[in-house]
Ligand binder design. Structure first.
Ligand code: 5GP
Length: 180
């Protein structure tokens, strides 16, 4: 196994986006949001589980009047999406009339994102923006505009920085890609 490779359960992964590159990008995204939303009050909605580390790092850099809440959805089993969304923790904050920023760890097919956006629309929020650390443009099949994207990546399975493989690997500070 090469030095940049790691083993998680039955699979090998290779370092793909190093920790310092991620940290710089998170800062850059936060600064763009701070400037675009200057003078506004915003509510961030983090999509659990995967986004919790990105959400924490991003939110710490936000200099606006801001709140954060989380919803918990699941659509992945192993290394592929089931296409079906289960809501494990729902909506408990009154979002009516608010400026909401959805925080996603990764947008793949966009099914999860669409589900989240639909849920915000019926809650009569004032405006919806989206920030995602990672986007797989080749897999993304929705028309919803993503306002802030950290990195566009190929259609490969990744772990680390909050993202898991069967529950493991979330604590890795870098993002790793599957070695086939
Ligand atoms: P989508 O609904 O866009 O197809 O998938 C979004 C969700 O699937 C993400 O929030 C994440 O939980 C999971 N996901 C998508 N791609 C990956 C990946 O490459 N690695 C991991 N660990 N999870 C992924």
């Amino acid at each position: 196994m090469k030095s940049s490779e790691i083993q998680i359960l039955d699979k090998k992964f290779r370092e793909y986006i190093p920790e310092d590159v991620i940290n710089n990008k998170v800062l850059e995204l936060a600064e763009r949001i701070n400037s675009d939303f200057a003078g506004k009050e915003v509510i961030f909605v983090g999509v659990l589980n995967g986004s919790f580390i990105f959400a924490a790092d991003l939110f710490r850099r936000i200099r606006l009047r801001a709140r954060i809440t989380f919803i918990k959805l699941a659509s992945y089993a192993g290394t592929s999406s089931t296409g079906e969304i289960r809501e494990l923790i729902g909506w408990n904050e009154d979002l009516k009339g608010k400026s909401v920023i959805i925080i996603e760890d990764i947008v793949d097919t966009g099914v999860t994102l669409e589900h989240t956006v639909d849920n915000l629309i019926i809650r009569n929020v004032k405006e919806i923006s989206i920030v995602t650390l990672l986007l797989k443009p080749e897999a993304y099949g929705k028309k919803i505009n993503i306002d802030y994207t950290g990195f566009e990546i190929p259609n490969e399975f990744v772990v680390g920085y909050g993202l898991d493989y069967n529950g493991e690997g979330r604590n890795l500070p870098s993002v790793y890609t599957l070695v086939k």
